[in-house]
Write a protein that binds this ligand. Structure first.
Ligand SMILES: C[S@@+](CC[C@H](N)C(=O)[O-])C[C@H]1O[C@@H](n2cnc3c(N)ncnc32)[C@H](O)[C@@H]1O
Length: 215
């Protein structure tokens, strides 16, 4: 059930395009994990962040059915591009269908495989990305951060999704499950990292917006 807060946020944010509503519907029809998708408010925030920052090169870690990558691509300038990293090759057809419908297929390069391995293969792309969206395996967030950090330009932005993990990170005795522990470690790591400025916001399942100030 959609919360009244989310309904209110949606009603007072830009209306998603028909294509994005189509993709949200298809995701619920064709996958078992529709709730993983960013949704219209977060999607609009990502698009606006890309627009405001003027980001040209974007990296997405965890693309699912292509909702967030489509939103970011819609905020990109003409010659911008996105590297989209996704483990599950069964999602490729829907992703590509969505990107084509949105007219952004030429801006997005899909890399199927384990994100950490793909990031290791990108090690020579120093200071290459302006904007990174981390949204894959919660156990691996700290590793993604370490791998991605040198690839981001000084002044670049890293956005991490699901950092509140349904409130589990706030509990007095947090669960020992690997995902909660992974996020607790990541959140503390970012909080203590003096190379960045950051703000955690309670939108949806929690987002941290991080700006890289130095290497
Ligand atoms: C929360 S969903 C991403 C949602 C998407 N960013 C959006 O907003 O619509 C997480 C995705 O990460 C992918 N994933 C999980 N582990 C991964 C890994 N090790 N490497 C790459 N992708 C992974 C999952 O298959 C899933 O599609």
């Amino acid at each position: 059930m959609e919360s009244s807060l989310n309904k209110y946020l949606k009603a007072h944010s830009s209306v998603p395009s028909e294509m994005l509503s189509w993709l949200e519907k298809q995701t619920h029809l064709r996958t078992n994990y529709g709730r993983m998708l960013s949704g219209s408010v977060q999607g609009e925030l990502l698009k606006l962040l890309v627009e405001i920052s003027g980001a040209q090169r974007i990296l997405e870690i965890g693309s699912f059915t292509g909702y967030s990558s489509t939103c970011m691509a819609l905020g990109l300038k003409e010659d911008g591009s996105i590297d989209a990293l996704e483990l599950n090759d069964e999602l490729e057809d829907l992703m590509r269908e969505a990107w084509e419908k949105a007219g952004v297929e030429d801006k997005i390069n899909l890399h199927i495989g384990d994100a950490s391995k793909t990031l290791e293969s990108f090690a020579d792309r120093l200071h290459y990305y302006d904007f990174v969206f981390i949204d894959a395996n919660k156990r691996e967030y700290s590793r993604y951060y370490d791998l991605v950090f040198p690839l981001v330009k000084v002044g670049g932005i890293i956005v991490a999704d699901d950092v509140l993990w349904d409130g589990k990170v706030l509990e007095e005795n947090p669960s020992k499950d690997a995902q909660t522990q992974g996020l607790l470690h990541f959140n503390d790591m970012v909080a203590e990292d003096r190379r960045v400025e950051k703000v955690m916001i309670p939108l949806r399942d929690g987002l941290t917006i991080i700006v890289k100030k130095s290497d």
